[in-house]
Every structure is written in structure tokens, then in C-alpha cells.
Design a protein around this ligand. Structure first.
Ligand code: T3D
Length: 262
């Protein structure tokens, strides 16, 4: 498996967990083209890498990511914004949303603009208590992008999403947790322990089942009940054909705990 080797994205693989750490701390991990390319390439490789069962995204230094690198964007003359977004952000957000294995954003610091979009596209969001989301779009005269319109309106409903997007006040960690935008808020010191509790559990979980559950929930966002019932039926057929199901069933019949019990 060939992971991109870029200084801007530190890639580590341990015990089934692939960690992709944005590494441009001098610009609060703003997304440069190099970083966006490395991120997409490594997600693509991880998709097919059987040794990877969970992916973690995080940032080095005091930020998760300050979003699009505005300096690089200001200098760029050879592409339009539309081309930039179609080439980089849209495929990246889709790659995360459709990723077949669990993804976690460890939001160690500010997540602004597209940084918020990337974090929200992950399955699990763990946030440090002094971190914040910054929907920095309107204050730059921009519109919500990188999927933030989609994720916010689904998580919060139209009223709250509009308030946060138009007024642009930072969303502090405790507020993000209360709104259901993130799963858990912990102190900086507790981030690593919480993260490894989750990744350990997920990495030894039933991967095929996780992948099917993720696909069904994603489809449930846009399909009818009848369609989802049929999808669940087909997916259950696949799940019961898996080795993981046979192992769990055998354990149950022998009155032992499931191999995947938390
Ligand atoms: O192309 C497209 O697809 C368009 C996409 C748009 C989506 C987007 O993501 S738009 C960009 C959204 N992001 C922002 O607007 C955030 C901009 N940054 C800030 O507002 C502030 O930096 C923060 C509130 C996040 C943090 O403030 P503070 O005071 O803690 O730090 P700072 O001093 O502003 O930043 C530290 C350094 O990072 C500084 O560089 P310097 O002066 O030390 O050399 C600053 O310029 C740099 N930096 C921060 N954000 C960015 C950045 N450099 C490039 N791009 C950034 N987004």
C-alpha cells in the first residue's frame, strides 16, 4: 500500500488505526493544494487497505484546521474557485462521507471554514473543550461550502443552521456538544485516552457490518422508508454471510459474550 509521503500530512498506521495529522501549524493547518492532495490520496489507499480499520483526522499544534489556505488561494491565478472546489473539496468530502470504515475527527483546536466541513464529514467527532467551530464563510463574503450546508441543516434543522451560518459567532465546544454537532467534549489532556478508547473498540469491531451500517444510514438520509427496508433486507443477507456474524452467533449459542461486545 503506497501512502503519500508529505510533510504537510503526517501519516501513521498502528493497530488498525490510520492517523492523518494535518501538519502546517504555522498557518493553523490551513488546507494547501499539497495537503488536500495527500489527504485524498491517503484516504483512497486506506479504503482498500485491509490493515486499516479506522481512520483518525487531527491537526498538529493548536488548530484542527483554519480551512482553505487563503494566502495560497489569493496567489493562485491558474484555476477558478469552482475548479478548485470540484477538484479538491467536493471529492474529499464525498470520500469521507462514503468511507466504508469508521472515521473520527479529533478536533484538537479551531476548525474554521472547510476545516469545519472536513470535521463534520467524519463519523465521530471528539472535541477539545477549548476548541471551536468557526463558520468563517459569511465574514469572508463567501458561502458555506465543503458540505457544511448539508451537515448543519441535517444536524440542527434550518432555524439553527441559518442562525449559526449568518451570524457567524464561534460555536464553542460545549455548545457544539449540546447541539449534537459533536459526540463528546473532553479536556486537551483527555483527548488521547478518549480517542484510543474509541479506536480500540472500532478497530476490533465487525468491519463488514460497520461498512453496511454506514452505507444504510447514508442512504436513509435521502430514501423512503420502503426503500430503506429493502436495503436493510439486502444488507442483512450480506451481514449474515460474514464470518463475524458466525463468530458472534456461535458465542451467543455457547452463552459467551460477543467477540465485539464493548
Ligand atoms: O477555494 C475554495 O474552495 C474556497 C473555500 C473556502 C472555504 C474556506 O475554508 S474559506 C477560509 C475559512 N477560514 C477562515 O476564514 C479562517 C481564517 N483564520 C482566522 O480567522 C484566524 O486565523 C483564526 C480565528 C482561525 C485564529 O485566529 P488566531 O488569532 O488564533 O491566529 P492568527 O494569528 O489569525 O493565525 C495564525 C497564523 O495562521 C497567521 O499567520 P502569521 O501571521 O503567523 O504568519 C495566519 O495568517 C495564519 N492563518 C490562519 N488561517 C489561515 C492562515 N493562513 C492561511 N489561510 C488560513 N485560512
Amino acid at each position: 500500500m503506497h501512502y503519500a509521503n508529505s510533510e504537510t500530512l503526517v501519516t501513521t498506521r498502528e493497530d488498525g488505526v490510520l492517523t492523518l495529522c494535518f501538519n502546517r501549524p504555522q498557518s493553523l493547518n490551513a488546507f494547501s493544494v499539497e495537503l488536500l492532495r495527500a489527504l485524498r490520496q491517503n484516504l483512497e489507499v486506506a479504503r482498500a487497505d485491509d490493515h486499516v480499520r479506522v481512520v483518525v483526522l487531527t491537526g498538529s499544534g493548536r488548530a484542527f484546521s483554519a480551512g482553505q489556505d487563503l494566502a495560497e488561494l489569493g496567489e493562485a491565478r491558474e484555476f477558478t474557485i469552482e475548479e478548485h472546489m470540484r477538484q479538491h473539496y467536493s471529492p474529499l468530502i464525498l470520500a469521507l462521507a462514503d468511507f466504508p470504515k469508521p472515521t473520527l475527527a479529533a478536533i484538537n483546536g479551531v476548525a474554521a471554514g472547510a476545516g469545519a466541513g472536513v470535521a463534520l464529514a467524519c463519523d465521530f467527532k471528539l472535541m477539545a473543550e477549548d476548541a471551536r467551530f468557526l463558520l468563517a464563510f459569511a465574514q469572508m463574503g463567501l458561502v458555506l461550502d465543503s458540505g457544511t450546508s448539508y451537515f448543519l441543516v441535517r444536524a440542527l434543522g434550518r432555524t439553527r443552521a441559518l442562525e449559526l451560518a449568518l451570524l457567524g459567532a464561534p460555536i464553542l465546544a460545549n455548545q457544539a456538544e449540546a447541539l449534537g454537532l459533536v459526540n463528546r467534549v473532553v479536556s486537551q489532556g483527555a483527548m488521547e485516552t478518549q480517542l484510543s478508547d474509541w479506536t480500540r473498540l472500532l478497530a476490533r469491531g465487525p468491519s463488514p457490518s460497520f461498512s453496511l451500517i454506514k452505507a444504510a444510514l447514508r442512504q436513509a438520509e435521502t430514501h423512503s422508508l420502503a426503500e430503506i427496508l429493502e436495503l436493510e433486507t439486502v444488507f442483512q443477507g450480506k451481514a449474515t454471510a460474514s464470518l463475524d456474524y458466525r463468530r458472534a452467533l456461535e458465542a451467543f449459542l455457547q452463552k459467551k459474550p460477543s467477540p465485539f461486545a464493548p
